[in-house]
Ligand binder design. Structure first.
Ligand code: ZN
Length: 246
């Protein structure tokens, strides 16, 4: 349905042509459950952002044919995470790499299904599909990597900085120590163990749970849920109540 091509990078936000918006909506509804729950105004905001995000990136395909639908869906995953924020284009990252499967990073022994580095955002398409298909298990590589990219953008590069996000995010750091101590003492945690690898992984794993299993996260870790809700300015339990911030 879509021709794969990388267009010139540019800055101003462009309106999305009506026909393109309709095509995007059909495609994204099929794969991202969150999109379907939004009201019309937020769907429109979502689609404009996907359109502009997509145009601002070069997509590179490794082990699979270039595919514009994949580029749109990966852009949509990024937009889902930042939908409530003012800044959403992750301007520092000009390249997104789509890999056919898990891959080795540098000389690490284990395989990765996604990672973020200064050279770009890397995602295994096989796992992207699987994890949006199993949308309730609290694991989602695309949302995970986009959360890393958003953090990198805001705190390390400061290219597309969103000050409200940054201020709210700081509150999250106070949660990490106590939750990690608790996980060690109790030998279990609502978040999977990988969250306690370091603070960055805590953030990214929390985001996966926030979107995929919001009720479970709210019931088990209500304070964390409240901070994520304020930080991202959206509530997956009430997607229609997204507070628009411009
Ligand atoms: Zn991670």
């Amino acid at each position: 349905m879509y021709k794969a091509n990388n267009t010139t990078l540019y800055d101003p936000e462009l309106p999305i042509p009506l026909e393109t918006a309709n095509d995007y909506a059909i495609l994204i509804s099929r794969v991202l459950p969150y999109f379907a729950k939004l009201n019309d105004a937020n769907k429109q905001r979502f689609l404009i952002r996907v359109y502009n995000f997509r145009k601002s990136k070069f997509f590179h395909f490794r082990g699979l044919q270039p595919n514009e639908e994949i580029a749109i869906l990966v852009s949509a995953a990024a937009v889902q995470v930042s939908l409530g924020l003012k800044s959403y284009r992750l301007a520092f990252f000009t390249s997104i790499y789509i890999l056919s499967d898990a891959n080795q990073v540098w000389h690490a022994k284990e395989l990765f299904i996604g990672h973020v580095s200064p050279t770009g955002i890397y995602i295994s398409w096989k796992h992207f599909v699987q994890e949006f298909y199993d949308y309730t298990e609290g694991m989602n590589v695309a949302l995970h990597e986009m959360a890393h990219a958003l953090h990198h953008e805001t705190f390390i590069q400061e290219t597309g900085i969103d000050w409200d996000f940054r201020q709210d995010f700081d509150k999250l750091s106070s949660m990490y120590g106590p939750l990690m101590s608790n996980a060690v003492v109790e030998r279990r945690s609502y978040l999977r163990g990988y969250a306690f690898t370091n603070y960055q992984e805590f953030w990214a794993v929390s985001i996966e749970n926030f979107f995929e299993n919001p009720q479970g996260l709210k019931d088990n870790l209500p304070q964390l849920y409240a901070i994520l809700r304020a930080t991202l300015n959206q509530d997956p339990l009430h997607p229609d109540e997204l507070v628009l911030v411009g």
